[in-house]
Design a protein around this ligand. Structure first.
Ligand code: TXA
Ligand code: MG
Length: 333
């Protein structure tokens, strides 16, 4: 893994990516969270290509990535104090803010809502790209709809092959899970998607409590349904049950994949076992690569050991629950 690795990017790579964006094409690029599938946010024809490539419903809005805070006024009609506070503390970084949209923002970007999602990423390659491009880059995570996000350039190429015009390889993403999303378009800021910035940290930066997302909060489609899902069914359970079920499935001749936290690895035929880190940031860094590796092992199920129910694990818990949502239990017990 390459946490903190300095990524040197050849200027001609950035220049090529900018050329593709200006021509209305799609570019896969690294951010500190996950890889994005980018298009010129002010070109509706280019934005349409994102939905087509991902197979994503048109009412699932996109995040517009900007080089710096001063670009926000071109995309949002109001910048409330809460937005300023959070941006000052966390931008550039893994935080997305939902704001009232400016009149010029395409409905294709906003999924027809009257708000827009904005983020200033910190990854040096994303920064170099945004600065050279000069405009907003609309970018969802670079995975097919409802599948596992991409945290390496190889994942992006594996997802889309030749369907996208260019992928910038910036190595593995530092954080590994998507940005924290905070709605600051209403009366009280609300957390719409947990991420590596915790609710407590946000409240400290805001100097007040976050509201629970309510009836009036903007929809964040994709955060409530099956998402981040490998092809094999994912089952989330306590550690001792994981070992028991893996043993029983193995006895019945099933191939089974396990994402455990315990390093005690039973030797069982047909079982692919990954012992993930007990440290949340390291667990998050490898989460999607681990799920992809386990999925590629071609097993009947992926058994995942339930992480601790503490704030430091909240974003990971959220992604695992969604990966498991809708998975039918295999007929193995
Ligand atoms: O870390 C990230 O946020 C990555 C990198 C590439 O920046 N991007 C990402 O994008 O995760 P995506 O499209 O996979 O997830 C964006 C989420 C979706 O659940 C979408 O519904 C929500 O943001 N969203 C976008 N615009 C919104 C809006 N105006 N109101 C509420 N939710 C919004
Ligand atoms: Mg996504």
């Amino acid at each position: 893994m390459n946490r903190g690795k300095y990524v040197f990017m050849q200027p001609e790579v950035i220049a090529k990516a900018v050329k593709v964006l200006r021509a209305g094409g799609l570019v896969g690029f690294p951010t500190e969270t996950v890889y994005g599938l980018g298009a010129d946010a002010s070109n509706p024809e280019a934005v349409k290509k994102i939905y087509a490539a991902k197979g994503r419903p048109r009412n699932h809005p996109l995040i517009v990535h900007l080089a710096a805070f001063d670009a926000v006024s071109g995309w949002a009609s109001e910048i409330p104090d809460a937005a300023k506070r959070l941006a000052e503390r966390y931008w550039p970084g893994p935080l997305t803010l939902i704001l009232k949209r400016a009149a010029n923002v395409s409905v294709l970007v906003t999924g027809g809502q009257d708000t827009v999602a904005l983020r200033v990423p910190s990854h040096p390659v994303a920064q170099a790209l945004l600065k050279a491009f000069g405009g907003g880059i609309a970018a969802p995570s670079a995975n097919r709809y409802s599948r596992v996000s991409a945290t390496t350039a190889e994942h992006v190429t594996g997802e889309f092959g030749g369907e996208i015009d260019f992928v910038i390889d910036g190595g593995a993403c530092d954080l590994g899970i998507e940005s924290t999303i905070v709605d600051v378009s209403g009366a009280q800021p609300a957390l719409l998607r947990p991420g590596s910035i915790t609710a407590r940290e946000l409240e400290t930066a805001l100097g007040g409590p976050l509201a629970a997302p309510g009836e009036l909060s903007p929809r964040a489609p994709g955060t409530h349904t099956k998402h981040y899902a490998p092809r094999a069914p994912v089952m989330l359970m306590e550690g001792d049950l994981v070992a028991e079920l893996a043993a029983s499935m193995s006895r019945q001749g099933h191939k089974v994949a396990v994402l455990a936290r315990s390093t005690e690895r039973p030797v069982l035929p047909g079982v692919t076992w990954i012992a993930a880190s007990a440290v949340p940031v390291l667990y998050a860094h490898d989460l999607y690569a681990n799920l992809r590796a386990l999925d590629q092992a071609g097993c009947s199920a992926i058994l995942v050991e339930q992480p601790p129910l503490s704030p430091a694990w909240a974003a990971i818990q959220d992604r695992l629950m969604r990966a498991a949502a809708g998975s039918a239990a295999p007929d193995a017990t």
